[in-house]
Design a protein around this ligand. Structure first.
Ligand code: DHB
Ligand code: FE
Length: 296
């Protein structure tokens, strides 16, 4: 049997009816996307001669992995693919410049304390080095960006994020802050050094990655949103350029220009990093995407 089987009138009629394209009710865009997605699954089933047992194993996998869906999406490269799509759309629209975007990941929490000046991100004891990070938030002409807020979040030295820590031992906003940037556009913070992250051992993402002959590790990294009136909200992260996984990130978030090597001096490490924002062309771009995010 070949993929042509999916083109038979019977299967095509099934797709039309299943995706609602024969009815005027419902959402036309959703119908079209549903039809294409279901058809792509059908083609894969035929192409790879998927058995009934394999089919139900796959369905069970997705049913059981609900809580880790946000981890599987970066792991299979789809979250990075969205960055590539947004970059390509920008290029088509003649837009370029600024700090590269890279994935948000699944571990942001809204509502972190809003602080000013030299910020300390870490609330909990953590026996590791201290990270000092500073730099500027500027616009395309090098102008300091007024009214900017830098959202920053990272893991602790065990690779665990507050709010998502399986040991349940972290304060709600440990290693999470919103920093209000002053009129000179400069920011500075310090925190307990994050370690690399790995997906929960033995969980759905880990099992999937192992079955693909891959791993679920990320280099140590620090996440950012930068928002400011009149500018396009930036989603990005820096990954430590000297981490063993800097060249092999399971989530594909490492990008050129986002891999600073910390300057390690005794039990301190220093990173200087400047952010350059693009100007917003429509007010929608000043805001976050409508992704549903955790709150605390
Ligand atoms: C994942 C975890 C992260 O900390 C991150 O930044 C991106 C992805 C994950 O578990 O998929
Ligand atoms: Fe992360």
């Amino acid at each position: 049997m070949t993929e042509d089987f999916v083109q038979t009138p019977e299967v095509q009629a099934l797709l039309d009816r299943a995706s609602g394209v024969e009815s005027d009710a419902g959402d036309a865009r959703l119908k079209a996307i549903t039809r294409d997605l279901v058809e792509a699954i059908m083609k894969a089933i035929v192409k790879h001669d998927v058995s009934e047992s394999e089919f139900w194993a796959a369905i069970k996998y997705f049913q059981d992995s609900g809580d880790e869906f946000g981890l599987i999406v970066p792991g299979v490269g789809l979250e990075h693919f969205m960055d590539l799509v947004m970059d390509a759309r920008d290029a088509e629209a003649g837009r370029s410049g600024g700090t590269p975007r890279t994935i948000e990941g699944p571990l942001y929490v809204a509502g972190a304390p809003l602080v000013e000046g030299e910020a300390n991100l870490t609330d909990d004891a953590d026996d590791t080095d201290t990270l000092y990070m500073n730099g500027r938030v500027a616009g395309p002409d090098g102008e300091p960006v007024e009214g900017a807020i830098l959202h920053v979040w990272h893991a602790n030295s065990k690779g665990f994020y507050s709010h998502f820590d399986p040991t349940g031992t972290q304060s709600p906003f440990n290693n999470r802050r919103r920093i209000r940037i002053g009129p000179d556009g400069r920011y500075a913070f310090h925190s307990r050094m994050p370690s690399g992250y790995s997906v929960p051992p033995g969980g759905p993402t880990d099992r999937f990655m192992k079955a693909l002959g891959r791993h679920g590790n990320r280099p140590a990294h620090v996440h950012f949103f930068v928002e400011a009136p009149g500018y396009r909200t930036l989603t990005t992260q820096i990954n430590f350029g000297d981490d063993p996984f800097a060249g092999d990130d399971f989530a594909f978030a490492t990008r050129e220009g986002l891999l600073p090597v910390p300057n390690r001096q005794g039990d301190s490490a220093y990173i200087a990093f400047d952010f350059e924002l693009q100007r917003a062309e429509v007010s929608d771009e000043e805001h976050f995407s409508a992704r549903v995010r955790a709150e605390a």
